[in-house]
Design a protein around this ligand. Sequence first.
Ligand code: SIN
Length: 491
Amino acid sequence: MSFKLQREELILTKNFIAGVWQDAVSGEVISVNNPANGERVAFVPNSNEKDAQAAVEAAVDAFDAWRATPAKQRAVILKRWNDLIMASAEDLGKIISSEQGKPLAEAVGEIAYAASYVEWFAEEATRANGDIIPQVVRGRKMFAYREPVGVVAAITPWNFPAAMIARKIAPALAAGCTVVCKPAAETPLTALALVKLAEEAGVPAGVLNIVNTASSKAVADVWLDDARVRKITFTGSTPVGKHLAYESSRTLKKLALELGGNAPFIVFEDADIDQAVEGLMVAKFRNGGQTCVCPNRIYVQSKVYSQFLEKVAARVAALVVGPASDDTSQIGPMINAKAVAKIEEHVNDAVARGARVLTGGKRLFTEQRSESTYYAPTVLADVDPSAKCFHEETFGPVAPITQFETEEEVIKMANNSPFGLASYFYTNDMRRVHRVSDALECGIVGVNEGALAAEAAPFGGVKDSGYGREGSVHGLEEYMHIKYVCQGGLD
Ligand code: SIN
C-alpha cells in the first residue's frame, strides 16, 4: 500500500463468515492491484461455492436472534459503526485510494458519504412502524407489521467501494436482516475494513458475512438457488442485473437493482451558464466520470452553445490528473486497462462521426507506463446523436456535447434511451422546472444542481436502470415485508 495507516489492522485479507476471519476453502487467492501503477496491494481469498454456502448457513443461523434484537439495540450498534467509520475516515480513504485509485480527498469524502447512510439507517431502525387498521367488523382488530425479509445477498461495485456497501448493508441490518456480501474483486479491502469496524461495533457473529471471489458466478449461483436467501441487492451493469432478475425468479426473491445510466444534462438558454458549468464539473468528473449518474449526453440550447463550450473546455483543461497520493490530483486513474480502452473507443467513434475534441482526447503518462490507466479529461463538441457515447455508458472523464433548438426536441432526445437513472437540467423558468421534471423518464432529477445523492433521498432508476430505492425511508422498506394480523372474537 502506498499510504501509511494509523490502524494497520484495518487491512484485512480474509473472508469473514460466522464471526471468523478465514481463508477460502480452496486456499486460492486473487491479487488486488493499484489501478494507478498495477502494483499489487494485497491478496484476498478466491472463494467458491463452498464459501458462499457457508456464508448463507451463518446468516440463516444468526437471523432469528438478530430480528428479535430490539430495534433500539440494533440502532445503537449501527450508530457505533458510524462513529468507528468516521474515526477511521482517513485510513479508510487511503484503502479506497490504494485499490480504486480516486484522489485521497475524494476517497475520504466517500467515507463520510458512506457513514451518512449508516447513521441515517441507525435512526430509521427505530421508526419501522406498522399500522393499526380501523375496525371493519365488530369484535376484530387488524394490524400490519413490518418484518425483516430474511437473509439478504448484497453484490457491490468497485466505483464507490464504501458507499455502496453502506447503503445496502446499513438498511438491511437496521431492518433486522442478516447479510451475505460479495464486494467487487477490484476493491475488496475497503469492504473488509468496514466489516472489521462493524465487528468492533458489536454486530454479532453471522449477522454480516463477506465472501471475496474473482468468480462472481460461482458465488452468486449459490445465493440465487438458495430459497433461504430472500433478497438480492445489486449495483452494477444492466445485463448482470437482468440475469439476476431472471435467475432469482426460481425462488421469487425480492430484488433491488441499481443498474446502468445514461444521464442527459440539458442547459436551456435561460439558465445561469456559470452555474450550469459548475454543475457539469461536479456531476461529470466526480470519481473520474466512473459513476452511474454521470451525465453522458450533454444538450445545450443553440443560443448559449458556444459560450457554454468555451467555459466548460477551460474548466476541464485545468483539471489536474495524477495519482491518489498526490494532494493536487483531481482525477485519478481509471479502474483498469479495459475501462480506458472503452473510453478510447467512444472518443474515436465520436470523432469519426464529426465531433471536435476541445480538450483531452488521449491517454496520459504513456511514456511512464505503456498501458497507462490515466485518460485526459475530455470535452467533445458537435457530437452526433448516433455516436456510441450517447448510447452506452462511457464511465470515464469525457463530456460529449451537442446543441438543440426547442424544449420539445430535447425532451424527446433525453427520453430516447432504454436507461432512466438520473437527468439534469438548468433553467431559471419556474414553469419549465415542473414541466421538464415531469416529462423526463428517470428516477432522479437534478434541477440547477449537479450533486444529487444524499442519505435522506431515494436513489434509483426506471426502465433498464433497474428498480428499488436506496437511502431515505424507502431504503428501509426495501428490506422489509408487511405482515397483516387479524385478531377476531373480541366482542
Ligand atoms: C453509482 O454510481 O452507482 C452511485 C453514485 C452515487 O451514489 O452518487
